[in-house]
Design a protein around this ligand. Structure first.
Ligand SMILES: [Zn+2]
Length: 174
């Protein structure tokens, strides 16, 4: 077995090695993954394991900067996150941020809003019940804008703001 490299892959700047097996077969392997396999003395399970750079610097392939992480965890951290969109509360005119998906879901259900808080949503529905206010327009639907959440620190907050908002919105549902 011969190993060539590491080479920097143009497409994503990641380092790879080219392994030429005894039977002449060539395969391209991620350099950090190959280093980890050498260190562990075994192959990584491509379905379950992946190699992660502790400091997020893909050029820092020092073995101390590499760790094996379960594939699921790794892809969850790389997952697309929805960018929050600024809205104005239909009740108190306060500006707030929310995932566009949640607002879109409510628009689909012909719900009025958006509201900045459970308090404002509650006040509106009470006033509506007492017929003290006109029914507000259905909130407008918005398109989601995605961005990739950077894999910056190991100590990312355990609860994302998106999750928190999801949770809050569920409380508002009557
Ligand atoms: Zn409000």
């Amino acid at each position: 077995m011969k190993v060539h490299g590491p080479y920097k892959r143009k497409s994503d700047g990641r380092q790879i090695v080219i392994i030429i097996e005894n039977n002449g077969k060539r395969r391209t392997v991620s350099y950090p993954k190959w280093l980890m396999e050498m260190q562990l003395g075994r192959k990584l399970d491509p379905d379950l394991e992946t190699v992660d750079h502790v400091d997020s610097n893909i050029d820092n392939n020092d073995i101390s900067n590499l760790r094996v992480v379960p594939r699921q965890e790794h892809s969850a951290d790389d997952t697309r996150r929805v960018k929050l969109v600024k809205f104005t509360c239909a009740w108190c005119d306060k500006e707030f941020e929310r995932s566009p998906r949640l607002v879109r879901d409510k628009a689909k259900k012909n719900k009025a809003g958006p509201f900045c808080s459970r308090g404002c949503a509650g006040k509106y529905s009470r006033m509506l019940q007492l017929k003290l206010v006109e029914k507000l327009d259905v909130q407008p639907a918005v398109d989601s804008e995605y961005y990739k959440r950077k894999y910056v620190k190991a100590s990312f907050p355990p609860i994302s703001s998106d999750f928190f908002i999801d949770f809050m919105c569920d409380i508002w549902e009557e």
